[in-house]
Design a protein around this ligand. Structure first.
Ligand code: SF4
Ligand code: SF4
Length: 79
């Protein structure tokens, strides 16, 4: 049986996020977008597009988004 590929998910703390979009630029699976709602600091925070995850585009828990985030707003979970 083929080994199941790693999957994961992330959470983004929308109040810590300053909307720099670095995480969006590094996600190899394009799973992070800009929210259309401002946070309390007045930034449009990044959002994980969990519902758009497909067989081809799913979070691999690579943690590139969390590593690059200057505001430590992203947590990565392996599933
Ligand atoms: S952990 Fe990797 S695949 Fe998952 S959202 Fe972050 S950059 Fe994208
Ligand atoms: S890298 Fe961090 S601060 Fe920048 S948009 Fe992503 S979650 Fe927000």
């Amino acid at each position: 049986m083929a080994k199941k590929e790693k999957t994961g998910r992330i959470t983004i703390d929308r109040e810590l996020c300053k909307g720099c979009q670095l995480c969006i630029s590094v996600c190899p699976n394009h799973l992070i977008v800009v929210s259309d709602r401002l946070n309390q600091k007045g930034y449009y925070p990044a959002e994980f597009t969990e519902n758009e995850t497909t067989e081809d585009r799913r979070c691999t828990a690579c943690a590139m988004c969390a590593t690059i985030c200057p505001d430590l707003a992203i947590e990565v979970y392996r599933e």
